[in-house]
Ligand binder design. Structure first.
Ligand code: GLA
Length: 731
């Protein structure tokens, strides 16, 4: 890990274990030049590399053809409306209504450690495990500065990149868009990988050709969304886990975003990622700063597998702060699919008693315990216990659950207000809305305008009161609708475009207060399933509910897409009842358990009503969880086969860092008649080590498992799963 400045040519070199990232301040004007990102190269060749990038003439020596220069120059952070016609890194409007901006090198700093980002989640590092380069660019005409920040971390091929804008003039500047990351690079036959989806089927893998012009994804729904994940990768070899170049980008942000790649007339690519320009503007007064969120970039020359492992390591060690991140989480049982809104304390106690017998460790009471909420039409905002359901109140219930021997967790949806609620009767204006326009309902609810202090204080006050009223050790923080009708009386007319971003900042501020006031609370984020499963949220909660679809087979796809970026320890996954409530499919109880083991693990069913056989399996599943969870949480993830693509079976391995243990999960989705042998080849083991398959006396060498593979029975019915545990033994 190192960051160097080569003064002669004003070149910056950022070095991670296997990659180099090079930037130059080019020409007399100091255009920020993206020189190179990829496998490590020698710094002795950099003058040559820089020469290669010159478009034939420089800007200052040929003013006649300045646009030809600007329109093909490989920018690290590009201009707007001064001669480069590609998608801009930044768009502004100055006091005169003009949009020209040209940011060039002014100064730089290299230091040990990493700074936090004002008001935003971000990766962290200390002076011994991280380093940062800050390059300040300036547009002298309008007095705007941009501080480009790059941080690297010991042992990791990742760069955390962000941009801070400073208005150094005396006049306001309107920011119309600000990308957190752009760079210009050669097109080496890349495809664009993104993770589109919907409610109940989040984060499916989609590979696309990159055509000329713009290829992109975006969310302007006020959250990162079910529909698109703030992630993209440029991949050379399709879904290969071991081969080909991959550039992965993940946004540490939970609101509107855009991510894409612009292919130019000269076949160069400009990947970009930042806050979505739609519905965004920000008025920056003289002397003020605007911090754009962070993008994590990683380059792998070994396919998607290495990209995944880099993201996992970075997020596990430099993003998630919760004290639970390295701990085994209590196995919980959640009553949502068990009862929906139809429960009372007797029912919950009955579930808790049965759960305790099976080894389950926490009861989570989901939606429906407050106000008059007996369906999803009312009461959001009225965070007061419904004593018709919880007789004697919340504390009585929690004490009783605790005395049974279970911890207690609760569900809240703090950001919302139902039109049928006491809160709405008192404060109809607290809902986000445009005056004179009937706001659009979704699940019959509105979004609270958290950017207003009185709303923020009310919401936090209610959360704090509820959590302080009993021994509550877990909170499921839900968010069940997306934003529209953007309007806030708290903002002046020329600041209404700031609402979406200000909303996200307010959510972050709420969560920050929560985790500092309740440091031992286990927080699980959720948004109609996994609509806010993003790196921003992981800064506050170590786990996020992955999807409302709990069907084991659907989960294979959802969990594959999610684990492409996020560690298994973050994926909320539960065993639910069958026929599955969303798809009506019946799968074996064992398969449901094996699939949920790849996440946080828990139950979401009425344990008092499932079959004896299923119930009898729970203690065994609980034992399996305790046996493997440390490995699942901390190990290296290797994808072996994808049901999403082969339509027949799924397989993945988690291998301990010291390569002495590996857990392989295999799910045969569809059994075939007279089918060929099923062989799975596992990468990532130690070639020289011998591994015993747990429960057998079979011992196989790592290199044999990698090259010849393990044979799996290709029969025995649909939806059958197997866990194969390998333990290294002396040869
Ligand atoms: C969302 C969540 C579910 C459940 C319901 C309650 O859909 O994803 O798990 O909590 O809300 O209304």
């Amino acid at each position: 890990m190192d960051i160097k400045y080569i003064e002669k040519n004003r070149i910056f070199v950022i070095e991670t274990p296997d990659t180099s990232y090079c930037i130059a301040a080019f020409d007399e004007e100091g255009f920020p030049c993206h020189m190179y990102y990829g496998d490590k190269i020698s710094t002795s060749d950099l003058t040559y590399v820089l020469k290669m990038l010159e478009p034939g003439y420089t800007a200052s020596s040929n003013m006649r053809d300045r646009s030809s220069f600007l329109d093909r120059f490989p920018f690290e952070y590009s201009t707007n409306n001064v001669g480069d016609y590609r998608k801009s890194s930044i768009e502004i409007t100055d006091k005169n209504g003009h949009s020209g901006v040209n940011l060039c090198y002014e100064s730089h700093k290299i230091f040990k450690g990493k700074k936090g980002l004002q008001g935003l989640p971000a990766t962290f590092g200390n002076e011994s495990d991280s380093m940062t380069l800050e390059i300040t660019l300036a547009d002298k005409v309008i007095g705007l500065k941009a501080v480009l920040s790059y941080s690297i971390f010991e042992g990791l091929d990742a760069i955390a990149r962000s941009v801070r804008l400073i208005n150094s003039s005396d006049e306001p500047i309107r920011i119309d868009s600000v990308m957190s990351m752009t760079m210009d690079m050669d097109n080496d036959g890349y495809k664009l990988l993104t993770l589109p989806g919907s409610w109940g089927r989040e984060r499916a893998m989609d590979f696309r050709e990159i055509g000329f012009g713009d290829t992109s994804v975006e969310s302007f729904r006020g959250e990162s969304s079910h529909q698109f994940q703030p992630f993209m990768a440029l991949v050379q070899n399709g879904d290969s886990q071991e081969q080909g170049k991959v550039y992965g980008f993940s946004f540490v942000y939970s609101g509107n975003f855009e991510a894409g790649v612009c292919r130019s007339q000269f076949d160069s690519l400009r990947p970009y990622m930042g806050i979505c320009r739609k519905n965004f503007s920000w008025k920056l007064l003289g002397g003020e700063e605007f911090q754009a969120p962070e993008v994590i970039m990683t380059y792998s020359s070994e396919g998607l597998g290495k990209m995944t492992r880099t993201f996992h390591d970075l997020y596990r060690n430099h993003l998630i702060r919760s004290p639970y991140k390295d701990r085994e989480r209590p196995i919980l049982i959640n009553n949502w699919e068990a009862t929906y809104f139809d429960f009372d304390s007797d029912k919950l106690i009955a579930i808790a008693k049965e759960a305790k017998k099976c080894g389950i460790e926490m009861l989570v009471m989901d939606d429906g315990w407050f106000g008059e909420r007996n369906d999803d039409n009312s009461s959001l905002g009225d965070w007061y216990v419904n004593e018709n359901k919880l007789k004697g109140g919340l504390k009585k219930l929690v004490d009783e659950v605790n005395s049974i021997g279970l911890k207690f967790g609760i569900w809240m949806e703090p950001e919302m207000i139902s039109p049928v609620s006491k809160l709405y009767e008192e404060h109809p204006d607290w809902a986000i809305q445009i005056p004179g326009r009937e706001p659009c309902r979704s699940r019959n609810q509105f979004v609270l305008d958290l950017t207003r202090k009185e709303v923020f204080d009310y919401v936090y006050g209610r959360i704090k009161d509820v959590l302080s009223s009993a021994n509550i050790e877990y909170l499921k923080w839900d968010m069940n609708r997306q934003l529209c009708d953007l309007g806030s009386p708290g903002l002046e007319s020329d600041r209404q475009g700031e609402l979406s971003h200000r909303y996200v900042l307010a959510v972050y501020a709420l969560m920050e207060k929560l985790v500092s006031d309740f440091p031992n609370l286990l927080l699980e984020n959720c948004s109609g399933g996994g609509a806010r499963f993003d790196a921003g949220m992981l800064y506050y909660s170590p786990q996020i509910w992955c999807s409302d679809d709990t069907d084991a087979i659907e989960r294979l796809k959802i969990q594959e897409g999610t684990s492409l970026i996020f560690p298994l320890s973050t994926m909320g996954a539960h065993v639910s009842d069958c026929p599955n409530h969303m798809v009506g499919r019946t799968t074996p109880f064992k398969t449901r358990g094996d699939v949920a083991l790849a996440g946080t693990f828990g139950y979401e069913l009425d344990i008092t009503r499932i079959s004896e056989d299923d119930r009898a399996e729970i203690p065994h599943q609980v034992e399996t969880y305790h046996k493997y969870n440390e490995l699942v949480r901390s190990g290296d993830y290797y994808r072996i086969a994808s049901y999403q693509r082969n339509r027949e079976y799924d397989a993945y391995a988690v291998i301990s860092r010291d390569k002495t243990r590996a857990l392989i999960t295999y799910v045969q989705v569809i059994a075939g008649p007279n089918a060929k042998k099923r062989i799975i080849k596992v990468n990532g083991l130690d070639d020289q080590k011998a591994y015993r398959i747990d429960g057998t006396d079979k011992v196989i060498l790592g290199s044999t498992i990698r090259n010849v593979g393990l044979q799996i029975q290709n029969a025995g019915g649909d939806f059958r799963s197997e866990l194969i545990y390998l333990v290294s033994v002396e040869k």
